[in-house]
Design a protein. Structure first.
Length: 296
């Protein structure tokens, strides 16, 4: 049977036999399942490779973190012992978000951005944000783009160094924004499958010099305090970046492991579906051959 399509003048054959139509549908289904099965297998290979790479990076990040933790603890002890408080007449606050440019690591970056969104929701007039990594910037700029003061990219490709933290601290201190207090928001590494979003305090020179218990430290003038604040800010940033990098690699390793397991389950289901469909097509073809032979 021939069917003519409209005014195009092209004549194409139309197969009206039900057996042939069902065979074509069956073959198309087999081909679609085969393509999807192949794509899932390729995805599983990628996730397994990413898991191995993340495992190697995580092992290195954990070793480096053990050496850096005393630096961060020592720098934060000064603010606790001196009992430094923010100035009442200077409400400006600075928040530094420690993230990276890379994803596929669970909610590591989202948890930091969620905490900062909560702070900006309380008072978005007196808070400025420094985004370390494109992930936090892309999340925050949609609603609070006017609050972003600085943004750093190319973060996460290589392990963080003290030079990177020093450059960031220098850019923050040389900015025109005058703040009384601030926070460094980062992910503190606990275990391979666990981390906590925590903060580290920051204070300006005026807030430190006004601390009531600063007198317990001998021979402290404004120049010495300023030099120490610059070094302590770089130390806290370096420590928080190391904590965030270790949390990110462990979370990515866990995420890629779960993705590989999910891909394996999908491969098993698709393989079973493919075999059942292929068996149905073969059975249908045998029935058609037997029916045709019986009709003759």
């Amino acid at each position: 049977m021939l069917v003519r399509f409209g005014n195009f003048g092209n004549v194409v054959p139309l197969l009206v036999q039900n057996g042939q139509q069902q065979q074509q549908r069956g073959m198309a289904t087999l081909k679609a399942i085969s393509i999807r099965l192949k794509s899932v297998k390729n995805i599983q290979k990628i996730t397994q490779s990413m898991k191995m790479v993340s495992a190697a990076k995580y092992a290195r990040a954990e070793r480096e973190l053990k050496a850096v933790r005393p630096i961060g603890d020592g720098a934060s002890q000064f603010y606790e012992k001196a009992e430094i408080q923010p100035l009442a007449d200077v409400p400006q606050k600075l928040v530094i978000a420690i993230t990276s440019d890379r994803g596929l690591c669970g909610a590591v970056h989202t948890s930091v951005s969620r905490y900062i969104r909560g702070e900006l929701g309380k008072d978005d007039q007196n808070i400025k944000v420094v985004c370390v990594g494109d992930k936090s910037r892309s999340i925050l700029q949609r609603i609070y783009g006017k609050n972003i003061m600085l943004a750093c990219n190319e973060v996460g490709r290589l392990p963080p160094t003290f030079i990177d933290a020093s450059k960031l601290a220098d850019a923050v201190l040389k900015s025109d924004y005058k703040f009384s207090t601030g926070e460094i928001v980062y992910n503190k590494f606990k275990s391979v499958v666990s981390y906590n979003t925590q903060t580290l305090p920051m204070f300006s020179l005026a807030a430190v010099t006004a601390a009531p218990k600063l007198s317990v430290y001998d021979s402290l003038d404004d120049e010495v305090v300023q030099s120490y604040l610059e070094f302590s800010l770089a130390s806290l940033l370096f420590y928080s970046m190391k904590e965030g990098a270790c949390s990110e690699q462990s979370s990515r390793m866990t995420a890629m492991d779960n993705a590989s397991k999910n891909a394996g389950e999908m491969i098993d289901k698709l393989t079973l579906t493919f075999n059942r469909t292929r068996q149905a097509v073969i059975t249908r073809e045998l029935i058609e051959i037997i029916s045709g032979a019986s009709a003759l």
